[in-house]
Design a protein around this ligand. Structure first.
Ligand code: GLY
Length: 358
């Protein structure tokens, strides 16, 4: 699978795809006038050449999670309005997860919605954020709390863009790849373990890069295809994200999303083991692979157990004030929770899992 359609969004994975991104945007959105959005790190590397080839304006914002805000959404939206862009606009988001979520939310809401094309350049964005139509921004209450589902017209993934990705972000992206192995593809998990250090190399070859991205994209597409709006099985993609988002938020976003997910997966697998949902030993297997790839796996003493539990209650997945957890049964298989896929857990178990993950 290197070309698939998901809820109307064409997803193309091809080494070298960035070189003809402009033609791909024109094909996907004929007659539209493009506006390119990127952060100021990615702009000179990847976005400016695409904007030039499209004859489009390039709007930039400061890199980092702090830009995934209502203020930045308003600034970009006002910029589009000042240019009197109409409904024939296509927003082209070139960058990582912050860029895709932010620019996607601008596109979802501008004039009640214009098309968006995602050109993800980070591993997290290629294998997770750009796929599935979630867009949004953070608030002081937590991550991704304001947003919309808005399927892109096209997701154009060039795995060779990983060459320009800083090492910390490459590692952070591996956490989402590991998550995909845990939730739905045992053999992919073992493949990641076997090729770990080669996958992190800055000179990662086209074959390995393509396999890394395709393995994850296949899992993500397979899950989202049956549950676009997260009414059920899509919740399994949130494994590691209840405690992960809480830690990311409490760190003031100093901890990268993927790093927080690595810590969250270990803690939530321990929770599953304590609840006798998860096969004993899985938390250690996840911890060992994450640690081997240089990801953090332990909850820092700076984040108190009460603060973490309180932050999980503000998560968008919480129901009736109680956080919900999607838990694995074993490698490659998640607990379906009787069709609910994510369940509220006894607070004493959550506390014990957090304390055992320090
Ligand atoms: N990142 C989780 C999802 O797309 O559902």
């Amino acid at each position: 699978m290197s070309n698939v359609t998901l809820h109307g969004a064409r997803i193309v994975v091809r080494a070298g795809a960035l070189a003809d991104a402009a033609a791909a945007v024109r094909d996907a959105t004929p007659g539209c006038r493009a506006i390119v959005i990127s952060d100021s790190n990615v702009a000179p590397l990847h976005a400016a050449p695409i904007a030039d080839a499209l004859g489009a304006e390039l709007l930039t914002f400061l890199p980092g999670e702090a830009s995934k805000s209502r203020a930045q959404w308003a600034a970009l939206t006002d910029d589009l309005l000042a240019r009197r862009l109409g409904r024939d606009t296509v927003v082209v988001a070139v960058g990582g997860g912050v860029c895709g979520d932010l620019a996607g939310f601008v596109a979802a809401t501008y004039l009640r919605g214009v098309p968006v094309v995602h050109v993800p350049t980070s591993l997290v964005a290629m294998i997770d954020a750009a796929i599935g139509g979630k867009t949004g921004v953070d608030t002081r209450h937590g991550k991704n709390l304001v947003g919309a589902f808005h399927q892109p017209a096209l997701v154009l993934i060039d795995p060779l863009a990983l060459h320009t990705l800083p090492a910390a972000h490459r590692r952070a992206g591996m956490a989402e790849a590991i998550k995909h192995g845990v939730i739905a593809d045992e053999s992919y998990f073992h493949w990641l373990a076997a090729h770990g250090s080669a996958l992190l190399a800055p000179t990662l070859g086209a074959d390995l890069a393509q396999r890394l991205v395709l393995g994850s994209v296949a899992v993500k597409v397979g899950v989202v295809a049956g549950d676009e709006r997260e009414g059920g099985r899509r919740k399994i993609l949130n494994f590691g994200h209840t405690i992960g988002h809480a830690i990311e938020h409490l760190s003031g976003y100093a901890i990268l999303h993927g790093e927080a997910v690595a810590i969250g997966m270990v803690a939530e697998a321990r929770l599953g083991e304590l609840a006798e949902v998860t096969l004993p030993g899985l938390a250690d297997d996840i911890r060992d692979l994450c640690a081997a790839l240089g990801l953090p796996v332990a909850i820092d003493a700076a984040f108190g157990t009460d603060a973490i539990i309180d932050a999980t209650r503000g998560d968008k997945k919480a129901r009736g004030g109680a956080a919900e957890y999607a838990l694995p049964m074993r490698l490659g298989e998640m607990n379906d929770g009787g069709g609910r896929y994510a369940l509220a857990m006894d607070e004493s178990l959550v506390r014990a899992a957090i304390d055992a993950s320090r």
